[in-house]
Design a protein around this ligand. Sequence first.
Ligand code: MTE
Ligand code: MO
Length: 199
Amino acid sequence: MGVVTPGFTGRARGADPRLPPGQYLTEDFPVLTAGPTQRVNLDKWEFTVTTEKGEKRAWSFRELTSLPSEKFTVDIHCVTQWSKLDTRWRGVPVESLVGDLDTMADYVLVHSYGGYTTNLPLADLLDGQAWVAYEYNGKPLTPEHGGPARLLVPHLYFWKSAKWVRGLELATKDEPGFWEASGYHDYGDPWREQRYQGD
Ligand SMILES: Nc1nc2c(c(=O)[nH]1)N[C@H]1C(S)=C(S)[C@@H](COP(=O)(O)O)O[C@H]1N2
Ligand SMILES: [Mo]
C-alpha cells in the first residue's frame, strides 16, 4: 500500500461503509480504457453466448433492447482506487440470456469489440448480479463508457465490467482475461481487496 496523502481522499478512510478498503469516492465518472475507444456500428452489433458444446445464441441490438430490462442503481469500484456510488443504469439481466442453456460450464470468458477480455465464474453473472447495460443516467451509453452496451458486474472490481461487450464464452476451464493475465487478481472482490494475484 502506498503513501496516502492526508486530505486527498476528502474524507476519513472507512468513514463510508459503502466504500471498500483502500478506495476513495469520486463524483465524476473517469474513463479507463486500455487502447482506443471502440465505435461499433449498431446495425452490425451482435451479442453472442456460446457454450462449451458449441451451442450459440445471438441478439442484434434491437433484439437485445426488446428483451425485458431492469433499471438498477449500483456502486462501482475501480482497482485504481476510485469508487462511485449510486450509478444508474438500464440493462438486461445476464441470467435471462444464459439461464436456460444446456451447460456444465463454471466459467465465462467475456469478449469485447476491440479484443479486450475478462474472466469470471458463471455464478457471478447470475441471480441479479450482472447485466448487459445500454443506458447510463437515463441516456444511451456513450462510446467512452462502453456503448452501445457493456457488461456490469458491480460486486467485482470494475475491470470485470467489459465495455463494448460482444459475447460470453462459457467454459469448463478458467482462462485468464486481459488484466488477469498480466498480474491482476483472477476474481477481484473489492471487499477482500483482491487487486493482484496473491492478494
Ligand atoms: N473493453 C474494455 N472494457 C473495459 C476496459 C477496457 O480497457 N476495455 N477497462 C476496464 C476498467 S480497468 C475499468 S475501471 C472500467 C472503466 O469503465 P469507464 O471507462 O466507463 O469508467 O472498464 C473496464 N472495462
Ligand atoms: Mo479499472
